[in-house]
Design a protein around this ligand. Structure first.
Ligand code: GTP
Ligand code: MG
Length: 194
């Protein structure tokens, strides 16, 4: 799959705004500020494709990027950002839940987690949700540039233990250093329709 040809299609506020022609999509989920949008930009080699920010909560809509006919990468709103009005927070968490529970073309979930925080409550919840729904899961332990080799290996072991027995894989990733991009691309290739 040629991820570099990715094109922004739509920011969906609701499930009904999501592209109707999608037959296969892969969603990036994770806590606010984990590095989801950065990972999509790194994968697609397009620095500005998904908007990133030092301020958590940057991505508040469900953003669709087309990578081939009827196939999409999806940047989900970050979970757990408190500094927004309560009503707004509720709304987007409801849409996120609806998306995950209803969206037929969803072929796999990339859970993006800061490698220094394996795993927080939200991540556990997503892992359990993937297990219950038998959805393939790929965990990106991102910002791996922040740790030394030993720390990276510890985080990888810890993460792998948590998903034992599941259709799940784990890798270290750094958008800053562009590390782990091929591993991620190969995983996504296995989920998308050739
Ligand atoms: P929301 O849209 O708020 O949910 O956040 P997000 O998960 O999309 O995170 P985003 O990609 O916007 O990145 C958040 C911050 O982390 C930014 O300041 C990025 O520059 C930084 N960041 C992302 N990936 C990496 C990485 O691999 N290494 C380092 N050191 N910083 C990173
Ligand atoms: Mg984002």
């Amino acid at each position: 799959m040629n991820y570099q040809s990715a094109e922004f299609i739509i920011s969906a506020a609701k499930l009904k705004d999501c592209p109707a022609d999608s037959v296969c999509e892969v969603a990036f989920a994770g806590r606010s500020n984990a590095g989801k949008s950065s990972a999509i930009n790194t994968l697609t080699r397009q620095g500005q494709l998904a908007r990133t920010s030092k301020t958590p909560g940057r991505t508040q809509l469900i953003n669709f990027f087309q990578i081939a006919e009827q196939q999409y990468l999806v940047d989900l709103p970050g979970y757990g950002y408190a500094k927004v009005p309560m009503k707004m927070k509720n709304n987007w968490q409801i849409h996120l839940e609806q998306y995950l529970n209803v969206r037929e073309p969803l072929a796999g979930l990339v859970l993006v987690t800061d490698i220094r925080h394996v795993f927080k409550e939200f991540d556990q919840m997503m892992i359990e949700w993937a297990r219950a729904n038998e959805l393939p899961l790929h965990i990106l332990l991102t910002k791996s540039d922040k740790l030394k080799r030993g720390g990276i290996n510890d985080a990888l072991s810890k993460a792998r233990r948590q998903v034992e027995g599941m259709d799940a894989s784990v890798q270290a990733f750094s958008s800053l250093k562009r590390q782990g991009v091929d591993v991620l691309a190969n995983k996504l290739d296995s989920w998308f329709v050739a």
